[in-house]
Design a protein around this ligand. Structure first.
Ligand code: GLN
Length: 221
């Protein structure tokens, strides 16, 4: 079996070792005897939703995020369709913010997201949330360890779950103890560094979901 991974804007949003998440996904797949093919989809390229079993959308600085925010509007419908059809997607920090309604950057400029998931992100003045973070994932019973580094403060809509509850660190906004977001087969997080290498159960869970979707697609084909 070959899993197809789309690295969304992988040439622009790839800070703080986020690409290590891809290496970890490849490692977990290989452990199961599965090969992986990764393709970057970036500016002016279509996102063909039915081509992929897994999408990875990393983080970045405000400058790159602004460039991506303009381009991603033309892919918005296809990305939303992928998500609504239970496509598996992992989004970190900047990518996470762009899947929501909007992101107010450090200078106060509002950057448009694609409203694929119900949340929005505000900025904070002269401050970033930087440091170690630990969260508890009630869905799986796992505790995740990582490192966060973001100016944005994200607030989840009523029907969006968090990826985990903050035990140590700041999380989405430093106020409500939520970290990241979970919607259908989408996993969003502020963890950098990368998230999956330190939290192998989560990597395995994401690969298992992608394998399940791949098999389902092949049965229907
Ligand atoms: N620029 C965004 C912020 O500072 C995202 C940062 C990131 O991806 N690390 O909140």
């Amino acid at each position: 079996m070959k899993l197809r991974i789309c690295h969304l804007y992988g040439n622009l949003l790839n800070t703080y070792g986020d690409n290590g998440n891809l290496l970890m996904l490849q490692y977990c797949a290989r452990q199961k005897g599965i090969t992986v093919e990764t393709e970057i989809v970036s500016l002016d390229q279509p996102f063909e939703a039915d081509q992929y079993d897994l999408v990875f959308f990393g983080g970045g600085q405000d400058y790159e995020q602004f460039i991506v925010s303009k381009d991603i509007q033309q892919k918005a419908d296809d990305i939303k369709e992928y998500i609504e059809k239970d496509g598996v997607l992992l989004a970190i920090c900047g990518g996470y913010q762009l899947l929501g309604h909007h992101y107010v950057d450090a200078s106060g400029k509002e950057i448009k997201g694609i409203s694929a998931i119900d949340y929005y992100t505000l900025n904070q003045e002269n401050n970033r949330f930087i440091g170690d973070i630990t969260i508890y994932d009630e869905e799986s019973g796992d505790t995740y360890h990582g490192f966060e580094n973001h100016n944005g403060r994200t607030f989840l809509g009523d029907h969006v779950r968090a990826l985990g509850i903050v035990q140590e660190g700041k999380g989405n906004n430093g106020e409500d103890k939520t970290e990241g977001a979970r919607y259908k087969n989408v996993f969003c997080s502020y963890f950098h560094g990368p998230l999956l290498v330190r939290n192998i159960h989560l990597a395995e869970r994401i690969v298992d979901l992608a394998v399940k979707n791949h098999q389902k697609k092949n049965l229907l084909a």
